[in-house]
Write a protein that binds this ligand. Structure first.
Ligand code: SF4
Length: 395
């Protein structure tokens, strides 16, 4: 990233949702999904947004593209305040800020041909002539690694990875400046994830794109991004460059996320298993799946047993799953349940204690002040970059 011009400036954004009041309580309650979110995204930058499910990542994405209205705060895009932009002006902003969604199966209209799907944005924004649009769609398909003569096919005729390529072609059709990738590889098979990430990187360089790359997987974010925002319970906890992340991470929550990354031995073992699985699938598949991709699947064959790879999200599972006994799988399910319970407790705690550090209920280093005061951001110079940490340990 050479340019340091801010493309997007987000200042003190909050978003709260009303909680339906019960028959016995007349008091109106709200759930604070986003609390005082501020950051900048520079031109040509890939900015990662990482945090566990339910922390507010997708709500923030929706607020940025006006699928949800911010409760308070300010959003400036290309030096224009778009926080409460009028509907007629929103159209042009939408051409410049595009989104790629998590699920390539539901994000494409099953009744629309690929040509129509990709061309839709060009039609809405009246970009180019009819003949140019047709040609542009064919070029876009080639750009994302698909044959241009597939334009007349329908989404169900493609694999998961191919559908995500089509979604990418649709996103870049209007030549946007910023693309928000919301968990865009999470639903894909591991081997296909790498191909899609490589494609996104190539397109970023080729088209000088900026990405807000949202994921629960800090390893993927570290690979893709220049800087990383770490988020929990609707708040930003740390902002730091992705280089040397393991050494530089300061916030206890970021450190916990890093500990949860799969061990290299596990990854290697899994890669071999996935390769066997892909080979097996390709041997059994005829027709359109001929680019080394298989239909997106959560399952892979492992030494006579079936393991749900999509559920391997945290350290506990990663460390225990290599044992592969019925007992360990049961144990893993228990750990997953326990983790979800902890997350629920933390969310409930944060809802009723908006003055506490959001990580307080789970923090191994918590201090007395953490329960009563939300920490301010402290800045640290890190090489040519800046690191901001929201933690009382650095007061
Ligand atoms: S502010 Fe306190 S509770 Fe929060 S992460 Fe830092 S030490 Fe832990």
């Amino acid at each position: 990233m050479k340019n340091k011009t801010a493309l997007l400036k987000v200042s003190n954004i909050t978003k709260s949702f009303p909680i339906p009041s019960s028959f016995f309580s007349a008091k109106k309650q709200t759930f604070q999904a986003l609390d005082d979110i501020s950051f900048e995204l520079f031109e040509g930058e890939c900015l990662g947004l990482v945090g566990e499910s339910g922390c507010g990542k997708s709500t923030l994405a929706k607020v940025l593209v006006h699928l949800e209205e911010a409760t308070s705060g300010k959003i400036v895009f290309k030096e224009t305040d778009i926080t409460h932009i009028e509907k007629n002006k929103l159209k042009s902003v939408r051409a410049e800020i595009q989104m790629i969604f998590q699920d390539p199966f539901s994000s494409l209209n099953p009744r629309q041909s690929i040509a129509k799907t990709i061309q839709e944005g060009l039609d809405i924004h009246a970009i180019g002539t009819k003949a140019w649009r047709k040609e542009h769609v064919r070029n876009l398909l080639q750009k994302v690694g698909l044959e241009s003569d597939l334009v007349s096919k329908f989404p169900h005729q493609f694999s998961g990875g191919q559908r995500q390529r089509i979604a990418i072609a649709r996103a870049i059709a209007t030549s946007p400046k910023l693309i928000i990738c919301d968990e865009c590889v999470s639903a894909l098979d591991v081997s296909i994830q790498a191909q899609i990430l490589a494609l996104l990187k190539d397109l970023q360089i080729e088209n000088n794109l900026s990405y807000l790359f949202i994921s629960h997987n800090i390893a993927v974010v570290q690979y893709m991004c220049d800087r990383i925002l770490v988020m929990s319970a609707g708040r930003i906890l740390e902002i730091l460059p992705s280089a040397n992340l393991q050494e530089n991470a300061k916030h206890p929550y970021t450190k916990e996320l890093l500990k949860a990354v799969l061990s290299p031995e596990f990854k290697q073992e899994n890669d071999t298993l996935k390769k066997e699985s892909v080979d097996k699938e390709l041997r059994n598949t005829n027709g359109i799946i001929d680019t080394g991709e298989m239909l997106a699947s959560n399952e892979t064959i492992t030494t006579g047993k079936t393991t749900n790879i999509a559920s391997v999200k945290d350290k506990e599972i990663a460390l225990n799953i290599s044992g592969e006994t019925a007992g360990s799988l049961k144990e893993n399910a228990g750990l997953q349940e326990k983790k979800t319970e902890n997350e629920k407790k933390e969310q409930a705690y944060t809802m009723t204690n908006s003055f506490a550090c959001p990580f307080y209920p789970r923090c191994p280093q918590a201090l007395a002040i953490c329960e009563t005061h939300v920490p301010d951001g402290k800045n640290f110079q890190l090489g040519h970059g800046m690191q901001t940490v929201f933690c009382h340990l650095y007061d």
